[in-house]
Design a binder for this molecule. Structure first.
Ligand SMILES: [Zn+2]
Ligand SMILES: [Zn+2]
Length: 237
Protein backbone atom coordinates (compact mmCIF):
# COMPACT_ATOMS: atom_id res chain seq x y z
CA UNK A 1 0.00 0.00 0.00
CA UNK A 2 1.34 3.42 -1.01
CA UNK A 3 -0.39 5.20 1.85
CA UNK A 4 0.11 5.52 5.61
CA UNK A 5 -2.27 6.65 8.31
CA UNK A 6 -1.43 9.92 10.05
CA UNK A 7 -3.89 9.87 12.96
CA UNK A 8 -6.44 7.51 14.47
CA UNK A 9 -9.41 9.17 16.17
CA UNK A 10 -11.36 6.03 17.03
CA UNK A 11 -9.85 3.68 19.64
CA UNK A 12 -11.29 1.96 22.72
CA UNK A 13 -9.79 1.13 26.11
CA UNK A 14 -10.79 -0.57 29.35
CA UNK A 15 -12.87 2.53 30.15
CA UNK A 16 -15.50 0.86 27.91
CA UNK A 17 -14.99 -2.63 26.51
CA UNK A 18 -11.53 -2.30 24.99
CA UNK A 19 -8.79 -4.60 26.28
CA UNK A 20 -5.93 -2.13 26.74
CA UNK A 21 -5.24 0.96 28.82
CA UNK A 22 -4.89 4.50 27.50
CA UNK A 23 -1.12 4.13 27.67
CA UNK A 24 -1.21 0.79 25.79
CA UNK A 25 -3.07 2.43 22.88
CA UNK A 26 -0.78 5.46 22.89
CA UNK A 27 2.36 3.31 22.87
CA UNK A 28 1.17 1.37 19.80
CA UNK A 29 0.16 4.59 18.06
CA UNK A 30 3.71 5.91 18.59
CA UNK A 31 5.27 2.68 17.34
CA UNK A 32 3.19 2.97 14.17
CA UNK A 33 4.29 6.55 13.60
CA UNK A 34 0.95 8.30 14.13
CA UNK A 35 1.05 11.98 15.08
CA UNK A 36 -2.31 12.00 16.92
CA UNK A 37 -4.65 9.54 18.59
CA UNK A 38 -8.03 9.89 20.27
CA UNK A 39 -9.32 7.72 23.06
CA UNK A 40 -12.99 7.43 22.14
CA UNK A 41 -14.70 4.97 24.43
CA UNK A 42 -18.39 4.17 24.16
CA UNK A 43 -20.92 6.71 25.38
CA UNK A 44 -22.49 6.41 28.85
CA UNK A 45 -25.91 5.30 27.55
CA UNK A 46 -24.77 1.82 26.64
CA UNK A 47 -26.45 -0.60 29.01
CA UNK A 48 -23.40 -2.78 29.63
CA UNK A 49 -20.14 -1.16 28.59
CA UNK A 50 -20.59 2.62 28.35
CA UNK A 51 -18.13 4.93 30.11
CA UNK A 52 -18.97 5.83 33.71
CA UNK A 53 -19.15 9.54 34.45
CA UNK A 54 -17.27 9.12 37.72
CA UNK A 55 -14.33 7.66 35.78
CA UNK A 56 -14.05 10.58 33.37
CA UNK A 57 -11.59 12.57 35.55
CA UNK A 58 -9.31 9.49 35.75
CA UNK A 59 -9.52 9.12 31.98
CA UNK A 60 -8.55 12.79 31.55
CA UNK A 61 -5.65 12.38 33.92
CA UNK A 62 -4.29 9.31 32.10
CA UNK A 63 -4.61 11.12 28.79
CA UNK A 64 -2.74 14.17 30.06
CA UNK A 65 0.01 11.95 31.49
CA UNK A 66 0.32 10.22 28.13
CA UNK A 67 0.55 13.61 26.45
CA UNK A 68 3.53 14.48 28.61
CA UNK A 69 5.26 11.14 28.30
CA UNK A 70 4.90 10.37 24.58
CA UNK A 71 5.70 12.39 21.45
CA UNK A 72 2.15 12.29 20.15
CA UNK A 73 -0.99 14.38 20.65
CA UNK A 74 -3.57 12.41 22.64
CA UNK A 75 -7.19 13.59 22.61
CA UNK A 76 -10.01 12.64 24.91
CA UNK A 77 -13.07 11.86 22.87
CA UNK A 78 -16.14 9.68 23.28
CA UNK A 79 -18.06 7.59 20.77
CA UNK A 80 -21.48 8.91 21.70
CA UNK A 81 -24.50 6.77 20.91
CA UNK A 82 -27.04 8.17 18.50
CA UNK A 83 -30.51 8.02 20.08
CA UNK A 84 -33.97 9.23 19.25
CA UNK A 85 -34.27 11.53 22.24
CA UNK A 86 -33.11 14.92 23.54
CA UNK A 87 -30.17 16.26 21.52
CA UNK A 88 -29.95 12.92 19.70
CA UNK A 89 -26.97 11.60 21.67
CA UNK A 90 -26.41 9.88 24.99
CA UNK A 91 -24.01 12.72 25.83
CA UNK A 92 -26.00 15.85 26.63
CA UNK A 93 -25.03 19.21 25.17
CA UNK A 94 -23.75 20.53 28.49
CA UNK A 95 -21.62 17.37 28.91
CA UNK A 96 -19.85 17.66 25.55
CA UNK A 97 -17.19 20.18 26.77
CA UNK A 98 -15.79 17.44 29.05
CA UNK A 99 -14.23 16.06 25.85
CA UNK A 100 -11.81 17.54 23.31
CA UNK A 101 -14.25 16.55 20.57
CA UNK A 102 -16.89 13.91 20.13
CA UNK A 103 -17.56 11.25 17.54
CA UNK A 104 -20.88 9.41 17.26
CA UNK A 105 -22.43 6.29 15.85
CA UNK A 106 -25.37 3.96 16.05
CA UNK A 107 -25.13 0.88 18.31
CA UNK A 108 -27.23 -1.87 19.82
CA UNK A 109 -27.81 -2.00 23.55
CA UNK A 110 -29.02 1.60 23.88
CA UNK A 111 -32.51 2.65 24.96
CA UNK A 112 -34.38 4.97 22.53
CA UNK A 113 -32.71 3.86 19.32
CA UNK A 114 -35.02 1.35 17.57
CA UNK A 115 -32.56 -1.24 18.83
CA UNK A 116 -34.86 -4.26 18.74
CA UNK A 117 -36.40 -3.26 15.39
CA UNK A 118 -32.99 -2.82 13.79
CA UNK A 119 -31.82 -6.10 15.17
CA UNK A 120 -34.93 -7.86 13.88
CA UNK A 121 -34.46 -6.18 10.51
CA UNK A 122 -31.64 -8.58 9.84
CA UNK A 123 -34.45 -11.11 9.52
CA UNK A 124 -35.97 -8.99 6.78
CA UNK A 125 -38.68 -7.03 8.62
CA UNK A 126 -39.92 -3.46 8.11
CA UNK A 127 -36.85 -2.31 6.26
CA UNK A 128 -38.36 0.71 4.50
CA UNK A 129 -39.77 2.24 7.69
CA UNK A 130 -36.54 1.71 9.51
CA UNK A 131 -34.44 3.41 6.86
CA UNK A 132 -36.49 6.57 7.32
CA UNK A 133 -36.46 6.40 11.13
CA UNK A 134 -32.75 5.60 11.42
CA UNK A 135 -31.75 8.25 8.89
CA UNK A 136 -33.91 10.97 10.48
CA UNK A 137 -32.58 10.11 13.95
CA UNK A 138 -28.98 10.38 12.73
CA UNK A 139 -29.44 13.57 10.74
CA UNK A 140 -31.06 15.26 13.74
CA UNK A 141 -28.06 14.34 15.89
CA UNK A 142 -25.68 15.69 13.24
CA UNK A 143 -27.40 19.08 13.10
CA UNK A 144 -27.97 19.36 16.86
CA UNK A 145 -24.36 18.69 17.88
CA UNK A 146 -20.83 19.39 16.74
CA UNK A 147 -19.76 15.84 15.81
CA UNK A 148 -16.31 15.29 14.32
CA UNK A 149 -16.93 11.80 12.87
CA UNK A 150 -20.00 9.76 12.03
CA UNK A 151 -18.70 6.29 12.91
CA UNK A 152 -19.38 3.22 10.77
CA UNK A 153 -22.41 4.66 8.91
CA UNK A 154 -24.75 1.89 7.81
CA UNK A 155 -23.75 -0.54 10.54
CA UNK A 156 -26.36 -2.24 12.77
CA UNK A 157 -29.41 -1.13 10.81
CA UNK A 158 -30.51 0.18 7.42
CA UNK A 159 -29.73 3.84 6.64
CA UNK A 160 -30.03 6.12 3.60
CA UNK A 161 -26.34 6.70 2.95
CA UNK A 162 -26.90 9.49 0.41
CA UNK A 163 -28.95 11.49 2.93
CA UNK A 164 -26.36 10.89 5.66
CA UNK A 165 -23.60 12.03 3.31
CA UNK A 166 -25.49 15.23 2.50
CA UNK A 167 -25.95 15.99 6.20
CA UNK A 168 -22.29 15.21 6.94
CA UNK A 169 -21.20 17.50 4.12
CA UNK A 170 -23.36 20.35 5.43
CA UNK A 171 -22.34 19.90 9.06
CA UNK A 172 -18.66 19.36 8.29
CA UNK A 173 -18.66 15.84 9.77
CA UNK A 174 -16.24 13.23 8.46
CA UNK A 175 -17.75 9.92 7.36
CA UNK A 176 -15.83 6.97 8.71
CA UNK A 177 -14.51 4.13 6.62
CA UNK A 178 -14.02 1.62 9.41
CA UNK A 179 -11.36 -1.04 9.30
CA UNK A 180 -13.04 -2.91 12.18
CA UNK A 181 -16.58 -2.89 10.70
CA UNK A 182 -17.55 -3.58 7.06
CA UNK A 183 -19.25 -0.13 6.85
CA UNK A 184 -19.03 2.04 4.91
CA UNK A 185 -19.17 -0.69 2.26
CA UNK A 186 -17.65 -0.21 -1.18
CA UNK A 187 -21.12 0.56 -2.57
CA UNK A 188 -21.81 3.03 0.26
CA UNK A 189 -18.52 4.85 -0.37
CA UNK A 190 -19.52 5.32 -4.00
CA UNK A 191 -22.92 6.72 -2.95
CA UNK A 192 -21.43 9.01 -0.29
CA UNK A 193 -18.70 10.26 -2.64
CA UNK A 194 -21.34 11.93 -4.80
CA UNK A 195 -21.70 14.51 -2.02
CA UNK A 196 -19.05 17.03 -1.04
CA UNK A 197 -18.11 15.11 2.10
CA UNK A 198 -14.75 14.20 3.62
CA UNK A 199 -13.83 10.73 4.87
CA UNK A 200 -11.67 9.34 7.65
CA UNK A 201 -10.25 5.85 8.06
CA UNK A 202 -10.39 4.46 11.60
CA UNK A 203 -9.15 1.35 13.33
CA UNK A 204 -11.98 1.31 15.91
CA UNK A 205 -9.38 -0.73 17.82
CA UNK A 206 -10.66 -2.72 20.79
CA UNK A 207 -7.22 -4.22 21.44
CA UNK A 208 -4.02 -2.13 21.48
CA UNK A 209 -2.37 -4.08 18.64
CA UNK A 210 -5.09 -2.87 16.26
CA UNK A 211 -4.53 0.84 16.93
CA UNK A 212 -3.52 2.50 13.66
CA UNK A 213 -4.93 -0.28 11.44
CA UNK A 214 -6.15 1.32 8.24
CA UNK A 215 -5.35 -0.87 5.25
CA UNK A 216 -8.73 -2.65 5.11
CA UNK A 217 -10.53 0.70 4.99
CA UNK A 218 -8.21 2.19 2.39
CA UNK A 219 -8.58 -0.93 0.23
CA UNK A 220 -12.36 -0.46 0.17
CA UNK A 221 -11.90 3.21 -0.73
CA UNK A 222 -9.62 2.26 -3.61
CA UNK A 223 -12.08 -0.38 -4.78
CA UNK A 224 -14.84 2.24 -4.71
CA UNK A 225 -12.72 4.56 -6.87
CA UNK A 226 -12.64 7.27 -4.20
CA UNK A 227 -10.24 10.17 -4.70
CA UNK A 228 -7.96 9.35 -1.76
CA UNK A 229 -7.25 13.04 -1.14
CA UNK A 230 -10.73 13.11 0.36
CA UNK A 231 -9.56 10.90 3.24
CA UNK A 232 -8.30 13.34 5.87
CA UNK A 233 -5.89 11.06 7.72
CA UNK A 234 -3.78 9.24 5.14
CA UNK A 235 -0.81 10.43 3.17
CA UNK A 236 1.36 9.01 0.43
CA UNK A 237 4.48 7.20 1.69
ZN1 LIG B 1 -19.04 1.98 17.19
ZN1 LIG C 1 -15.99 2.16 18.33
Amino acid sequence: MDYVMTFDYHTHTVFSHGKGTVEDNVRVACEKGLTEIAISDHGPGHLTYGIKWDEVPKMRQEIEEANEKYPIRVYMSVEANIVNKGNGLDVKKEEIPAFDFIIAGYHYGIPNGYCVSNWLDFHGLKRKDLIVKNTDMTIRALYENDIRILTHPGDKGPFDIAELAKACAETDTWMEISTHHPNLTVGDIRIAAAEDVKFIVSSDAHIPANVGEYSGGVKRAIEAGLDLDRIVNIRRK
